[in-house]
Design a protein around this ligand. Sequence first.
Ligand SMILES: O=P(O)(O)OC[C@H]1O[C@H](OP(=O)(O)OP(=O)(O)O)[C@H](O)[C@@H]1O
Ligand SMILES: O=c1cc[nH]c(=O)[nH]1
Ligand SMILES: [Mg+2]
Length: 210
Amino acid sequence: MDVKIVDHPLAAERLTAMRDERSDSPRFRAALHELTMMLVYEATRDVAVTEYEIRTPVAPAKGYRLGNPPVLVPVLRAGLGMADAAQSMIPDASMGFVGLARDEETHEPYAYMESLPDDLAGRHVIVLDPMVATGGSLLRCCEMIAARGCTDIDLVSVLCAPDGLEKLASSGIAMRMTTAAVDPELNDKAYIVPGLGDAGDRQFGAYRRF
Ligand SMILES: O=P(O)(O)OC[C@H]1O[C@H](OP(=O)(O)OP(=O)(O)O)[C@H](O)[C@@H]1O
Ligand SMILES: O=c1cc[nH]c(=O)[nH]1
Ligand SMILES: [Mg+2]
């Protein structure tokens, strides 16, 4: 799997704000919003564009638009905080929704929502989820997307653990990852270390320590 790590001072500042336990929910959400714009910018660097003619006030010029606007898929809850930022970068994108919650004991994802276009053949899908820990949740999401015919999947995440990347890479589903960092390990509750805690709780409430 192609893993692109966005190593940029402005991204590092936002990631620091997200990691810092002193950041309250508004600061955490603002940093996630801004970082998502940077990650989506990098994830879409090689997408196909269509050329068309425009006129500037001075002369004819070439214009460009996305050849195949993607389907954005935020993974609820935590990916919701990336949805608006991604769509503001790609206004022509459509959006589907997947809801997954990890079981606290088994760490297996439980799927409670699958709201996706029936046919994703020929579509470019960009999945938004800030955290890849065991990789079980994103793998489940990619299986849903691949089952609808999609063969062009980009994943955009804030933080990944090596175990999760390995699970995704060995799944047999073709996908690319753009992330801000890969942290060293998981703890015994399958939280990323040092990580940033629970990305859903930190955006929407119920702050816990792990
Ligand atoms: O790689 P994994 O081990 O599957 O863990 C990562 C998943 O955990 C978080 O969601 P969570 O289950 O906490 O749901 P939430 O977004 O509603 O908080 C995160 O947003 C991922 O979806
Ligand atoms: O570190 C982690 C692991 C799973 N989900 C999160 O939100 N954070
Ligand atoms: Mg959570």
